[in-house]
Design a protein around this ligand. Structure first.
Ligand code: OAD
Length: 250
């Protein structure tokens, strides 16, 4: 007989083993254990005086493109130095254990992909990619003239990170796919997200409406907590690692 940690309910392990379709939505909390600050966390160094919610907007880029570019350059450097943690890796290990695992992320850090997750659905883009701010087309390389932001080699417009800012539309295909996944899954995990930013925050509610088991992994309560079937309070790396390990032992 196996003994389960009190934080991993046996009934959840049973449900996970029986599930046909598992959906996972992650937020910046899953990367916290990799040393990447969460979105709303206090910023450090030079950036302490700025509110991320004000920098991640088209208006901020219009008013001060240099500031916004430099902020993303700083975050890009943090992300490049960071490594996937046991939370990202546990989701990689979960993939072959269930018939269908869909991973939807609000994160722009690419750490799920670097951990080895397949087919990650990125709702908010990816900080490691760059696009033209005029036509939105991806740009792989450009001349470093010292101008910040650099210019698009095709049209001369400013380049910008390929991320979604407040007030912008999410990539349509990614969003439609995420909604379908939420509506078809047996279990929906909401991991490391404050569950306040729409439309991502509606995905667990869609899943619940269709009868899915809802699981939240977060050290803090969120608006979703009162609605979930299982609230696993703690660090994603620790809880996911143990959950996947227990579920893999038959
Ligand atoms: P937030 O910064 O809003 O929330 C991070 C969540 O992670 C919080 O609820 C923390 O309690 C939780 N957390 C912290 N450490 C954790 C850990 N070790 N394990 C598990 N959870 C932990 O970040 P998001 O919910 O990702 O979008 O924010 C959503 C979106 O808001 C971002 O993608 C960004 C922003 O608008 C855009 O930029 C469009």
């Amino acid at each position: 007989m196996h003994t389960y940690s009190p934080q991993i309910p046996a009934s959840l392990v049973t449900a996970l083993r029986a599930a046909e379709r598992v959906a996972v939505l992650t937020g910046s909390g899953i990367s916290a254990e990799s040393g990447v600050p969460t979105f709303r966390e206090a910023q450090t160094g030079l950036w302490v005086q700025y509110d991320p919610q004000q920098l991640a907007t088209p208006e901020a880029f219009k008013n001060n493109p240099r500031l916004v570019w430099e902020w993303y350059a700083w975050r890009r450097e943090l992300v490049t130095k960071a490594k996937p943690n046991p939370g990202h890796l546990a989701l990689v290990h979960l993939e072959p254990m269930v018939p269908e695992l869909s991973l939807i992320t609000q994160n722009i850090d690419g750490l799920h992909q670097r951990a080895g997750s397949q087919g990650v659905i990125e709702l908010h883009g990816n900080i490691t990619r760059t696009r033209c701010s005029i036509d939105g087309e991806p740009v792989e390389s450009w001349n470093e003239t010292g101008e910040i932001p650099p210019r698009c080699p095709r049209c001369g417009g400013y380049l910008r990170p390929d991320v979604v800012w407040f007030g912008e539309m999410l990539p349509e295909t990614a969003l439609m796919t995420a909604i379908e996944i939420a509506e078809r899954c047996d279990i929906f995990f909401s991991i490391g997200t404050s569950a306040v930013v729409q439309p991502a925050a509606s995905l667990p509610l869609n899943a619940k409406r269709q009868g899915a088991i809802l699981v939240e992994i977060n050290p803090d309560e969120t608006p979703l907590t009162p609605l979930v079937t299982y609230s696993l309070s703690g660090q994603a790396g620790d809880i996911l690692h143990r959950l996947v390990q227990i579920a893999s032992i038959r």
